[in-house]
Design a protein around this ligand. Structure first.
Ligand SMILES: [Zn+2]
Length: 511
């Protein structure tokens, strides 16, 4: 008997709504699901929905779908909801008097429905086996696109090393890709680019390029300008979006604007990160806005990385920019305003015990383990410390370990999610929230990479275990919160006196 009910399907607008309505109205639910008023609306009028299970004082917030193309996040969070409501597996021990679990299944409905409408256009009649096969093929294409870019970059790097090129390598690489967007790339093409941009004789470069090409790109004759992970969706058009109501019409119209103003391959509809105004919800923060603005004035065009290095990031588009316009002051999107408001209200009431910002791929959990005060300061003044550091680390560690245990039992290998610390600088809304709130995490789900559908490319080996390991780890996290919840309330003070002795005192953490 399986512990959890796992449904393997690619959601679209109808399936998503049907799934939620089944979950909410299931007569077998042990713990009822409450429907709340939406926390906000997207620009086109799609609701940012909010559900909850339990009535306890400790709130845990789960949110997915900040990036529209990371469809497994929305898939996971709705199935997590369903399995908790049914008291499946470890959730037979769930205590609704202790916890309220808040679910925001899809923060970016415009991006999510764009991606899934496009997928549906190609995949709607596929059987489960065909979905798996097609997703596996997508995974391979996506990977191949990365290999092509890193292969070419390696050739340019190798050339710079051999000829001790003083010009910055990354500059040369950038220039190469800017000039090559619509070009078929061959060893001869790279050779003549390197020769003309450095004035070194073609004859001297030729062998070196050929040698490295064979090492990195094997028997390939050339690299096509069309990305393989786009080619797989050939035949897509905006017609994939039905004009069923006003918000759908608006969505289609805004997308039409994006695709007619800027040169984006239409296949990117199936991998749409941003909202339909072309803003990337995670990049939508003042730090990244300033960075991109500065880079735009010095570099002009800014492209995304690797397999997406033909997609601009500083105009409205599928990858998305950090704010509506770089010529106007920074502005949060309605989706982010709604989220920030929601979390702030909860925090004000001291109800926020953890926040999970769920993304698509990586098999890891980002925590924020920095002490807020510098140890040094305690030598000169009284320092008040709280237990954020400990709570944050402990929850993430227990969570990751428990995923490992599930892998151990199902596959024979202890293969836990990794935990990752803070970045060297804040560049995402996810980072801002991790820094601001006590146990705020970014969870990157699938170990099999390649949004939107690569996570579906191995049903048993990747998809199912992604679902079950996280469901299980989530319960472990709830139990850990119960074990250490007193620390949420307490702070301590410390001060070193002249003799170097430290004095501790206790103080309330929350006012
Ligand atoms: Zn993401």
């Amino acid at each position: 008997m399986e512990d959890y009910k796992i449904t393997y399907e690619i959601l679209d607008y109808d399936k998503y709504n049907k799934r939620l309505s089944n979950i909410i109205n299931n007569p077998l639910n042990k713990f009822p699901v409450t429907v709340h008023k939406p926390i906000g609306q997207s620009e086109c009028g799609f609701d940012i929905e909010h559900y909850s299970i339990g009535n306890g004082p400790m709130h845990i917030v789960y949110m997915a779908g900040a990036h529209g193309n990371e469809i497994i996040g929305v898939d996971y969070i709705t199935q997590l909801m369903e399995n908790i409501a049914l008291a499946n597996g470890v959730y037979k021990d769930f205590d609704p008097e202790q916890f309220t679990l808040d679910f925001i299944p899809c923060q970016n409905p415009e991006g999510f429905f764009t991606t899934t409408y496009a997928l549906n256009y190609i995949m709607k009649d596929m059987t489960v086996e065909e979905i798996e096969q097609f997703s596996k093929k997508y995974w391979a294409s996506y990977r191949e696109d990365d290999i092509n870019v890193t292969g070419v970059n390696a050739i340019i790097n190798f050339f710079c090393e051999k000829f001790a090129i003083t010009q910055s390598r990354s500059e040369l690489t950038k220039l190469f890709w800017h000039l090559s967007i619509d070009r078929e790339i061959t060893p001869q093409y790279i050779t003549s680019f390197l020769s003309s941009s450095t004035n070194i004789d073609i004859k001297a470069i030729e062998n070196l390029v050929n040698e490295k090409w064979t090492e990195k790109l094997k028997e390939k004759k050339s690299i096509s300008p069309q990305k393989l992970h786009h080619k797989i969706f050939e035949g897509l058009s905006l017609e994939c979006i039905p004009e069923t109501d006003e918000k759908h019409c608006k969505l289609k119209e805004t997308l039409r604007k994006i695709y007619s103003t800027n040169k984006f391959p239409i296949e990117t509809l199936a991998n749409f990160f941003a909202n339909s105004s072309g803003v990337n919800l995670n990049d939508n923060n003042i730090y990244f806005y300033n960075e991109i603005k500065e880079r735009t004035s010095s570099e002009g065009l800014i492209y995304a990385n690797l397999r997406d290095n033909n997609l601009l990031k500083n105009v409205p588009g599928p990858v998305g920019m950090p704010s509506r316009s770089l010529d106007e002051p920074f502005e949060y999107t309605p989706e982010n305003k709604a989220l920030l408001d929601f979390l702030e209200q909860q925090d004000k009431k001291n109800e926020n015990y953890a926040f999970f910002n769920i993304h698509g791929t990586g098999g890891l959990i980002y925590l924020y383990p920095v002490a807020e005060d510098d140890m040094e300061k305690a030598h000169t003044e009284v320092v008040t410390r709280n237990f954020s550091f400990l709570i944050n680390n402990r929850l993430a560690t227990e969570y990751a370990r428990e995923t490992g245990t599930e892998y151990q039992e199902k596959t024979g290998t202890y293969n836990p999610y990794k935990t990752m610390g803070y970045p060297d600088k804040i560049s995402g809304v996810g980072d801002l929230l991790r820094k601001k709130y006590i146990s705020s995490f970014i969870l990157e789900l699938s170990k099999m990479g390649g949004n939107p559908i690569a996570p579906y490319g191995d049903r048993i080996g990747n998809y199912n275990i992604t679902m079950t390991s996280n469901m299980r780890a989530n319960m472990k996290m709830l139990k850990t919160i119960l074990a250490i919840s007193h620390l949420y309330e307490t702070s301590y003070t410390m001060k070193y006196d002249e003799t170097g002795r430290v004095h501790y005192g206790e103080t309330a953490r929350r006012k």
